[in-house]
Design a protein around this ligand. Structure first.
Ligand SMILES: Cc1ncc(COP(=O)(O)O)c(C=O)c1O
Length: 464
């Protein structure tokens, strides 16, 4: 989470505003901003203060930067509220929550084509980041064991991945002392290519990470071709390198929209897969999933059995206590939507993304960056940045004045001279909203092409 400094001096005790109607319910008469108040207050006053503070948070529906779910049905919210106090780790007290987690793991194993003969195992996590840590740890531990058994040095492990990986993989490498071997992208591909992946591997490579739905432009990396390149490397006497698929977004898209795409446990080289339940899994944050294809892919020494809470259950996690609500909500979605429901939701997102991509392509100033198959996201760059007279950062800033949050950033190393805008099309970002975004964009481009700075334009456009 964000790191915050310790506030001292006047700022630490400067009071939080309390509405006059509630001030007599505040015991100490005042609420210091960064210190615990000496006395409490009524529940109504506490609610109102917190509620008012949160008014300044943005509107999640207009935030096109995030992949994370911003809408769930009332029934799902009711279930989540019912489970707010349930601790996921306490399998003895909440055996049915554990059972629902098991059902979710099994549903995902089936969606990702785990073979019945291999006995896939998996668990829920707080999100794909924790899932990536667990997947990476399993790869590293297996590599170390193989090296020790072969009497070879087991220091300086590396993990091969495209420079377009999400930051969680760089975190994994830094936290667990693994060299991140980031393969630059471009000029012909925005993601990891099979040849580059195989070429980057050596005897110290613990695994390769392929991303199904790149964070930068949504594209699916060619998982099957990467697996084939690694097969060829091993067959030619090179290292035998396992593959992990970071399907944070694609793991809940490809099974429904691209069933013919072979990216999962159908490929023998794929040892583990992670996905975010709170992205296209359609659950509020935070829930993720990680599955290993068989017992051999998950070293036993990483699994803990704890009995402090009564009973005993094997666990693999970075956290101990965790809320059960999101796991329950994931199971609710699986029941509520079924395969056909998920397909319909994701298809709607893809149709909207395709429509928006077509419109942006025709608008003039932009070119599409992601041309290949991927998750519902649209990424564009300026067709001619030198001639445009404005940057994608100007566009992003100006869209904020219309309430839209559309991030601008540079592509990863190898293509970092290309700056892009990205719109993630999530459940709830309807065609109507996409149309409104387009109208705002047209207005913004008109102003920018007229050389009008966005904030100045916003000022002149305001009528009392
Ligand atoms: C490809 C990829 N992997 C991992 C993550 C991290 O996911 P989480 O937010 O669930 O930790 C993201 C988040 O955007 C992602 O896009």
């Amino acid at each position: 989470m964000a790191l915050h400094p310790h506030e001292t001096g006047d700022r630490a005790t400067s009071p939080v505003a309390v509405r006059p109607q509630f001030i007599d319910q505040v015991t100490a008469g005042e609420v210091p901003r960064y210190r615990m108040p000496a006395g409490g207050m009524s529940p109504g006053a506490a609610y109102q203060i917190v509620h008012d503070e949160l008014l300044l948070d943005g509107s999640a529906r207009l935030n096109l930067a995030t992949f994370v779910t911003t809408f769930m049905e009332d029934e799902a919210e009711r279930l989540m509220a019912e489970c707010a106090a349930k601790n996921m780790i306490d399998k003895d007290e909440y055996p049915q929550t554990a059972e629902l987690e098991k059902r979710c793991v099994n549903i995902l194993a089936d969606l990702w084509h785990a073979s019945a003969a291999e006995q896939a195992t998996g668990c829920s996590t707080t999100g794909s980041s924790e899932a990536a840590m667990l997947g990476g740890l399993a790869l590293a531990r297996r590599w170390r064991r193989r090296r020790q058994e072969a009497g070879r040095p087991d220091d300086r492990p590396n993990l091969v991945m495209g420079a377009n990986v999400q930051v969680c993989w760089e975190k994994f490498c830094r936290y667990f002392d693994v060299e991140p071997r980031l393969v630059p992208v471009g000029p012909d591909s925005t993601c990891l290519t099979p040849q580059a992946a195989a070429a980057a591997c050596d005897e110290r490579t613990v695994g390769v990470v392929a991303v199904l739905g790149s964070t930068y432009d949504g594209v699916y990396e060619p998982v099957a071709a990467i697996a084939a390149a690694l097969d060829e490397l091993a067959a030619g006497g090179g290292p035998d390198v396992p593959l992990h698929v970071d399907a944070a977004s694609g793991g809940f898209v490809a099974p429904f929209l691209d069933p013919e795409l072979v990216w999962d446990f159908r490929l023998p080289r794929v040892q583990s897969i992670n996905a975010s339940g709170h992205k296209f899994g359609l659950v509020y944050p935070g829930v993720g999933w990680v599955l290993w294809r068989d017992a051999a892919a998950l070293p036993k020494e990483l699994v803990f059995e704890v009995d402090y809470l009564g009973g005993s259950m094997p666990t693999f996690a970075l956290n101990f206590s965790r809320p059960g609500a999101q796991v329950v909500a994931q199971y609710y979605n699986f029941l509520r939507l079924g395969r056909e429901g998920y397909r319909r939701v994701q298809q709607e997102c893809r149709d909207t993304a395709d429509w928006l991509a077509g419109q942006l392509d025709q608008l003039g100033p932009f070119r599409l960056v992601s041309q290949e198959q991927g998750i519902p996201a649209v990424t564009v760059a300026l067709a001619d940045p030198a001639a445009a007279g404005f940057s994608v950062y100007d566009v992003s800033d100006a869209l904020r004045a219309h309430g839209w949050l559309v991030p601008a950033y540079t592509m990863p190393p190898g293509m970092d001279d290309v700056a892009v805008l990205r719109v993630v099309v999530r459940n709830g970002f309807s065609r109507d909203l996409a149309g409104m975004l387009l109208e705002a964009l047209v207005a913004v481009i008109d102003r920018l092409q007229g050389g009008v700075h966005s904030s100045a334009a916003a000022r002149t456009g305001f009528h009392h």
